[in-house]
Ligand binder design. Structure first.
Ligand code: SAM
Length: 188
């Protein structure tokens, strides 16, 4: 049985706002819970939440502390368990360093977006590659209006959009993460 080394990251900077300016977004409590649970279900090795502001990283630690050490964890052990894989980082480069230290290899990066980019990779191809590889992969997800273009283009792969041709295509990052993990790691 293969044991894919897949990590995911939720990026709060650099992302776009509605006017396509590069901004930093705020942490969303729901994202932390729902993405941790999806990631833990699909045996992701680590879920990084990337935020450049110390005050927002501290907020994440407080939420984690409540669910891991406080009353929340006693009341709902399922959440405590899923939060074990959440890690907090200040930048994408810190994530890459962390994965390299843990696995001995720099991960191959795949980014996601609702927009169509040229040379994107299909879920099927990336799924096959991941299942055959021994080296780590990092899947990056955006907040706000999506990952900044240079971050998208700097990745090894850009995944094709989910539901690209539908008239309405505004998935939450929570839904997009769950769908992506199921397509790449789920039992099909
Ligand atoms: N405020 C929003 C929310 O409620 O989640 C944040 C939207 S954020 C731009 C959505 C992120 O989910 C994108 O950056 C991308 O990582 C992923 N995503 C959304 N739609 C997608 C699609 N059709 N295909 C692939 N990834 C998608």
């Amino acid at each position: 049985v293969s044991d894919p080394q897949v990590y995911i990251a939720l990026i709060h900077y650099p992302v776009y706002n509605k006017r396509m300016e590069v901004i930093t977004t705020s942490v969303t409590n729901l994202d932390l819970h729902d993405i941790s649970r999806a990631a833990y279900t699909y045996q992701v090795k680590g879920f990084y939440v990337v935020h450049p502001l110390a005050s927002q990283r501290e907020l994440i630690h407080q939420i984690l502390d409540y669910w891991q050490n406080g009353y929340g964890g006693q009341y709902n052990p399922d959440r405590r368990e899923a939060f074990q894989i959440l890690r907090v980082a200040s930048s994408i480069s810190e994530v890459l360093t962390g994965i390299r230290e843990e696995t001995g290899s720099v991960p191959r990066i795949a980014t996601t977006d609702a927009r169509i980019y040229p040379n994107s990779i299909s879920y099927r191809s990336l799924r096959e590659e991941i299942s055959a590889a021994k080296s780590p992969y990092l899947l990056m997800f955006g907040t706000g209006w999506g990952l900044e273009k240079q971050t998208m283009l700097g990745a090894d792969y850009i995944l094709e959009p989910i539901a690209a041709d539908r008239p309405y295509n505004h998935l939450s990052v929570r839904s997009a993460t769950a769908i992506t993990l199921d397509r790449l790691l789920g039992d099909i």
